[in-house]
Design a protein around this ligand. Structure first.
Ligand code: SF4
Length: 175
């Protein structure tokens, strides 16, 4: 998905048809499902949570005489928080949205944006960093942050450089 976005010079769109999902999931899954089911009837299990009724309703429009969408999380009444708790208990990890690190849907809320791009901080060195992970007191000493820098290299020559260079490289000094 990232390769496609970068080569087209675009981003996933929020409005209209969610083409990124169609490309990244539908186009990949459809041939696999067709090969596995080989024309037989099947249930397509999709992990929409309890708060995603509109997505489930939309998905059910794709049901046909062979395919039946099934949404067990909604049957169980599991919302996103319940799912995240369960995953954390089983894996000891906090699972964040989304599969694509640039997903605009994951960044629609303040907490979503913070989870994806971190928190903006200005350090004592005056540099603004977008911090995703802070280095802790114990190992492993990992940190993850982004900084913005000029797109070009700044001129490093200080005032007076030409005169100093002349002094250091004239014939009297060199020969
Ligand atoms: S994770 Fe987000 S950007 Fe990636 S395919 Fe799904 S909706 Fe699109």
């Amino acid at each position: 998905m990232a390769d496609e976005m970068l080569s087209a010079g675009t981003l996933p769109q929020i409005g209209g048809t969610r083409m990124c999902s169609i490309h990244a999931r539908g186009n990949c899954l459809d041939p696999v499902i067709a090969a596995v089911t080989a024309g037989r009837r099947y249930r397509h299990v999709v992990g929409f949570e309890n708060g995603e009724s509109s997505r489930a309703i939309k998905d059910a429009l794709f049901n046909n005489d062979r395919r039946t969408g099934w949404y067990p999380l909604r049957e169980w009444g599991w919302d996103r928080a319940r799912c995240v708790d369960f995953i954390a208990r089983v894996t000891s990890r906090q699972w964040t949205k989304s599969a694509c690190g640039f997903c605009p849907f994951a960044m629609r809320t303040d907490s979503g944006r913070q989870a994806v791009v971190g928190e903006r901080r200005i350090g004592v060195d005056g540099v603004t960093r977008q911090v995703l992970r802070e280095r802790g007191e114990q190992l492993p000493a990992l940190e993850h942050f982004f900084v913005v820098c000029p797109a070009v290299v700044e001129d490093k020559a200080r005032p007076g450089f030409e005169a100093w260079w002349q002094e250091a490289t004239n014939d009297a000094v060199l020969f």
